[in-house]
Ligand binder design. Structure first.
Ligand SMILES: [Zn+2]
Ligand SMILES: [Zn+2]
Length: 255
């Protein structure tokens, strides 16, 4: 029974944790602006340069050192742009959304790691990677243009599949599925990065909802902070503080 039930469980988790395109707004994704001018917070040290070098003090925040694989052989321009997006948008998102209690520290971006279809055989990647990019020219990880990203639990923690073009809060959405083990979707909670993708959102939605502002109270998905994040990290606090500029995040590109 156990042997038979495991694949079914995995399939169920995949389908629950995938983000389908249910967005109501159309148009091109507007890229985020990187760190820009950081608000000086308790741990911040002033303004960011926008170059991807954060200046915030990590203090005792939990560091995430992730390995990012690129399934096809990507041009160096894509690798550079994506490394910059990780150093700026994604690093800002993790830092801000966790209120300075987690940050992206040392990242490795490995090019040309094709082991077969990410969608059909994610287990081929899960031992070595935390994130895998596929379909570099697309906003979708499947050819049918219905799934734009996915997270699933693995022995490393989680595996995230991303397309080559990533709207700026899509990463945080999948990050919550993986890191905070939040499986229920809440596409219509518009104050939260767990809401559906809005391609032309004017600024990153670098936060998760709580019981005070969740727009889906009483549902299984309600209250990201109290019901998921603080259950995963019971020693964290949730005060809605702005932690200021994110700490330095480095990305090493491996060709
Ligand atoms: Zn939420
Ligand atoms: Zn919510």
């Amino acid at each position: 029974m156990r042997r038979l039930s495991l694949p079914l469980l995995v399939i169920a988790i995949i389908s629950l944790a995938c983000c389908s395109i249910a967005c109501s707004k159309k148009g091109k994704s507007s890229k985020g602006g990187g760190t820009g001018s950081g608000t000086t917070g308790p741990n911040g040290t002033g303004t960011g340069t926008g170059s991807g070098t954060g200046t915030g003090d990590p203090g005792n925040a939990k560091a995430k050192d992730l390995v990012w694989g690129v399934q096809p052989d990507a041009p160096s321009s894509w690798l550079e742009a994506t490394a910059n997006q990780i150093r700026t948008e994604f690093a800002t998102g993790v830092w801000k959304s966790t209120e300075g209690q987690m940050y992206l520290r040392t990242q490795v971006l490995k090019n040309n790691v094709d082991r077969g279809s990410l969608w059909s055989n994610p287990q081929l990647y899960e031992a070595d990677f935390d994130v895998v990019f596929t379909n570099l020219d697309s906003y979708f990880i499947t050819g049918s243009n219905t799934i734009n990203a996915c997270s699933r639990p693995t022995s490393r923690g989680w595996l995230m599949g991303l397309p080559g073009k990533v709207p700026f809060d899509l990463f945080l959405h999948e990050f919550c599925h993986g890191e905070f083990k939040k499986l229920p979707e809440e596409y219509s909670c518009d104050v939260c990065a767990m809401s559906d993708v809005v391609w032309d959102r004017p600024a990153p939605l670098n936060r998760y909802c709580d019981n005070a502002d969740c727009e889906l109270p009483g549902t299984a998905a309600a209250g990201c902070w109290e019901n998921f994040i603080l259950k995963r990290y019971p020693n964290w606090t949730h005060t809605r503080r702005d932690p200021g500029n994110h700490p330095t995040c480095t990305v090493e590109i491996q060709q």
